[in-house]
Design a protein around this ligand. Structure first.
Ligand code: FMN
Length: 180
């Protein structure tokens, strides 16, 4: 799969086959995702891969703020990546002060890049993903026992796709670009 097809053909997948993704495949996906760029190459993104059915069920009941759309997706999910990041690093160069007006926003930026890199790596391996932002960070941290120095960025549901969603609409290039 070339890079252009990989970017254009990825879809958010919310229906999965009743079959877990084997852990070796997930390790291969993380092995690709770790090449994502990051602020000062701090590599703050972390992936907690949940394939235990009881824990996934708990994420559905307690981790998505009762958002029915996500609850339903989690009901048929066989895997969930809790994407987290190590707090208090990205945005700084030397010392404790943030280097730019964006303060610690760069850590979320890093997590976003890691997120898409993970989704594209999964897609390249035939694994479907869907990012979830309607989540309860604190509850998820507790459910999966996240280390104190990390915070949750997003959930990424993953699995063997059981649907081929049509492409969602995109704005035209002319609408989102300008030359100066
Ligand atoms: C930051 C972020 C948060 C999202 N949150 C959710 C969510 O909570 N539930 C969901 O079903 N999809 C969620 N999505 C998926 C988007 O709805 C989806 O990416 C968008 O509609 C474009 O469709 P596509 O991914 O198939 O191209 C989220 C995507 C992003 C990037």
């Amino acid at each position: 799969m070339n890079a252009i097809d990989m970017i254009k053909d990825r879809r958010s997948v919310r229906k999965f086959k009743n079959e877990k993704v084997d852990r070796e495949t997930m390790k291969e996906i993380i092995d690709i995702a770790r090449w994502a760029p990051s602020w000062a190459n701090f590599q703050i993104a972390r992936y907690t891969l949940v394939d235990d059915e009881a824990v996934i069920a708990k994420l559905g009941t307690d981790g998505v703020k009762g958002f029915v759309y996500n609850i339903n997706t989690l009901k048929n999910a066989k895997g969930v990546a809790v994407l987290s990041f190590v707090k208090g690093k990205s945005g700084k160069l030397e010392g404790d002060d943030y280097a730019t007006s964006k303060g610690n926003v760069w850590e979320v930026f890093d997590a976003g890049i890691a997120c898409q890199t993970f989704c594209l790596a999964a897609h390249a391996k035939g694994i479907g993903t869907c990012v979830m932002g309607v989540i309860d960070d604190d509850s998820i941290s507790q459910i999966v026992g996240l280390p104190e120095e990390e915070t949750v960025a997003a959930l990424i549901v993953y699995g063997h796709p059981d649907e081929e969603p049509p492409a969602t609409k995109r704005m035209a290039a002319d609408e989102i670009m300008r030359f100066v």
